[in-house]
Design a protein around this ligand. Sequence first.
Ligand code: GKR
Ligand code: MG
Length: 433
Amino acid sequence: MKKTTLQITNLIITPIAVGDPPLLNAAGLHAPYALRIIIELETNAGITGISEIPGSERIRQALEKAKPLILGQHPFEMNLIKQVLKAHFGEDAADQRGNKPWDQRQLIHIFSALEVASLDVMGKLLNEPVVNLLGGKARDRVPFAAYLFYKYEGAGGALGFGVDPMAKGWEAGRQKEALSPEQIVDQAMSMCASFGFKSIKLKGGALEPALECESILALRRAFGAEMPLRLDPNAIWSLETAVKYGKQMEGVLEYYEDPVRGQAQMSQLAKLVDIPLATNMCTTSFGDLPESIRLKSEQIILSDHHFWGGLRASMELNRICQTFGRGFSMHSNSHLGISMAAMVHLGAAIPQFDYALDTHYPWQLDEVIKGGKLPIVEGSVEVPSGPGLGVEIDQAQLQRLHKNYQACGLTERDDQTAMQAKQPGWKFQLQRW
Ligand code: GKR
Ligand code: MG
């Protein structure tokens, strides 16, 4: 009997806009909607694989251009698909990442979208969870950290800076202003009470460094030494500032994430401050690793399957970190449950698990998967047990969020413009303090 070759028959690319509160960072302010793209990769076996990546009109158009190149390809032949994509789009140049806290490379987004969807197809065909395609579970539950943000009051979405007075618990907590150390402690209490997180990360680079350092010390007083704390100024501090405040946080921070810009400055800082340094901005691709190792610029590399070329590439990164004595954790951006499921499968499979992973998940109330949000209990998420990613698209929600996208007028993430609505004339700076 002739075996029918498995083929990709269609790629459905749906941009969506997800309600996001007014969170502050080094690049400005989150707009009321965060953009994502949902991918459905259909095959002639009647099986559809899904994935989610950060949204941008530029990436959506690139995905549309990639579509005719991958139709008819075998969905497991990702090495070949990568070659085809590289031949068409060219390699991402290092400077295409951009100088913002998030990554703007094109090929890496497209490849990650296709690789996760391909693994979902594979898992569904074999009736096995994605974690088993990555070598199987090293743990059943994956720990995440509370991710705190300075913020203006507001719920995001259609409410923008408005608040929903009927909200309760964390839904009310996430709307509150947080511009002082006391308000950050309140935010942490509310988030940890709702999700049971056992580590805390504070997004810095938004307010005066002295206030951000004081917020970390206030969190330490409130939660005690058993709660690991991290601060991430997104590379916007000078070396002098990073040393000054780093000294005050020695023995308090679990790690110091991208306080300064570039491997050379991180390497200098590592010699001056006794806190492990972590990065998702200075070492962001395999090509950056030799210099990171040579300069000893970071002790912890924050992977992100959306930006490191998928789940299998992130497994490779984890092994490289093990080989060179580097810690490994995971970076995030505003996201929904398909990305969360992929992060959980990866987090369950990595041999070396050093630190609770980042997630923005509690900040987004919207969801695109059936059954609503994956529960975070005691700070961790159970690996979905169904085939593939173990989550399915709720088509009604997908269409609702797509309508949000069409209505909101946003086509790219632009935190500077969102910030200018609050502070006219505000400009992003490579080094602010
Ligand atoms: O969501 O504002 C944000 C963050 O600043 C995000 O864009 C960063 O990429 O969380 C990220 C980080 O750790 O740098
Ligand atoms: Mg970071």
